[in-house]
Design a binder for this molecule. Sequence first.
Ligand SMILES: Nc1nc(=O)c2c([nH]1)NC[C@@H]1CN(c3ccc(C(=O)N[C@@H](CCC(=O)O)C(=O)O)cc3)C=[N+]21
Length: 293
Amino acid sequence: MTAKVIDGKAYAEGLRVRIAKAVKELGAKHGLKPGLAVVLVGEDPASKVYVANKAKQTVEVGMNSWEHRLDAATSEKDLLALVDKLNNDPAVHGILVQLPLPKQIDSTKVLNTINPAKDVDGFHVVNAGKLATGQDSLVACTPVGSVMLAKDALGKLDGLEAVVIGRSNIVGKPVAQLLLQENCTVTIAHSKTKDLPGVVRRADLVIAAVGRPEMVKGDWIKPGACVIDVGINRIERDGKGKLVGDCDYASCSAVAGSITPVPGGVGPMTIACLLHNTVRAACAQKSVPVPEM
Ligand SMILES: Nc1nc(=O)c2c([nH]1)NC[C@@H]1CN(c3ccc(C(=O)N[C@@H](CCC(=O)O)C(=O)O)cc3)C=[N+]21
């Protein structure tokens, strides 16, 4: 079997067209222009790729975009002061503080200082808790985008065996919560899991979010399964830089029923979902109904 390639880039483009329409409508009907502030501390290569794409796409859908670049040596106090300023700026509806943060800064403290209503990453403990208890909340972008692509490929997810590889707060745990809401039987596997290949082989739906280049091999995949590869790893091959996922694409795509490529899979969905969350956050802050997107 050769897997159907799930085109995250095309799906995200469609979503952005709908978001742009919604933004236009909010401007015309309510004089509301959603705005997103991104804070980058220091220089992380993955974060730089993300920020460049994000800023461009935020403006393309008609929203305000602000970028705050701080020195790698910035103190926690100074970063918290900036977050506080953005919390109190009525033009800023969404705040994203790029991770990872330098060692001198406690990221949990920073994330929990963001006003939960402006937490478009969905990383604040209040939003994480609401997701876990089934309350309406801002949900982390990569998990939402991953589940959208899985539903696009499989239709209903009810009753499927889903295996999430990775237990991070930013992908593994929230994506598992979303899959539970979709009535999957969810297993969260991780580095201490015994017989990881055997566990993954049970899955109708595999979500790989470990951050290890090409770790998941084709013989771990149940024939016909859907593989959502969340990994974005920069590697050197044949003297050239290359982006690869957490799945070994060549062997996995020979066995899977459908698979997301890297690049062009989950990555573009993450940004589209960030814009989606920013519109939702802006509407909630201005007590305006959320347009269809
Ligand atoms: N608070 C916070 N939230 C994040 O969501 C967050 C973060 N910090 N820190 C960094 C990571 C990384 N990340 C990416 C998202 C999309 C692409 C993306 O669009 N990638 C393109 C390819 C880009 C290329 O070609 O280089 C793709 O996969 O097709 C990449 C990376 C979000 N992150």
